[in-house]
Design a protein around this ligand. Structure first.
Ligand code: GRF
Length: 199
């Protein structure tokens, strides 16, 4: 990364709707986040996150996972790493990306991959964290932004935001409340990471 001399370049990886990617894009548009999204990549060819990227004029690329449903094979990770390098990405932001990132990608971007997870980690890692919180009868939940390591939602925590779990919450209503916080916190945390990177 070239210090403060250029606008930091983000690569976003997602598998779904991309509302967090949208919040990053909007924070950039409003000047809150000094960065640019230079590529959005998805393992799901028809994921809405790719449509969003296209609507912004941002390159939208499909990750070839060689037919595996949930595995992220090493060759695919190496190919993604190479592609992100071609785009000269400074920071990789996972935004609803549903495959586990491992060595080929981690080694290409050490301490330069971040993720947002919909719980107060280390509580409720993994899938459907909002549903886990409701089922466990938790009094509060929230979201966590963290660096990515080779575990499942285990990397060093950058920041968290809490939301209450209300007595009549369903998984869907809790997730919606968590997402409101995600959309505020993720761009702010990315800004913080970029500032630290450029010191
Ligand atoms: C978010 O809740 C995020 O925390 C989790 O997956 C969801 C993605 O939502 N990792 P979206 O695709 O950003 O709308």
């Amino acid at each position: 990364m070239a210090g403060m001399s250029r606008i930091p370049r983000l690569g976003v990886l997602g598998s779904g709707s991309g509302s967090n990617c949208q919040s990053i894009y909007e924070a950039i548009q409003s000047g809150e986040l000094k960065a640019q999204i230079v590529v959005v990549m998805s393992d799901i060819p028809d994921a809405y996150i790719l449509d969003r990227a296209r609507s912004w004029g941002v390159p939208a690329e499909v990750i070839d996972c060689h037919g595996y449903k949930s595995k992220f094979p090493d060759e695919a990770q190496a190919a993604v790493a190479a592609r992100l390098k071609e785009y000269d990405v400074d920071l990789v932001c996972l935004a609803g990306f549903m495959r586990l990132v491992k060595a080929p990608l981690l080694q290409a971007f050490p301490k330069r991959i971040v993720n947002i997870h919909p719980s107060l980690l280390p509580n409720f890692p993994g899938l459907h964290a909002w549903e886990q919180a409701v089922n466990a009868g938790a009094a509060e939940s929230g979201c966590t932004v963290h660096y990515v390591d080779d575990g499942m939602d285990t990397g060093p925590i950058l920041g968290q935001a809490k939301v209450p779990v209300l007595p009549d919450d369903t998984a869907a209503t809790l997730h919606a409340r968590i997402q409101v916080e995600e959309h505020k916190r993720y761009p702010a945390m990315i800004d913080k990471v970029l500032r630290e990177l450029s010191v």
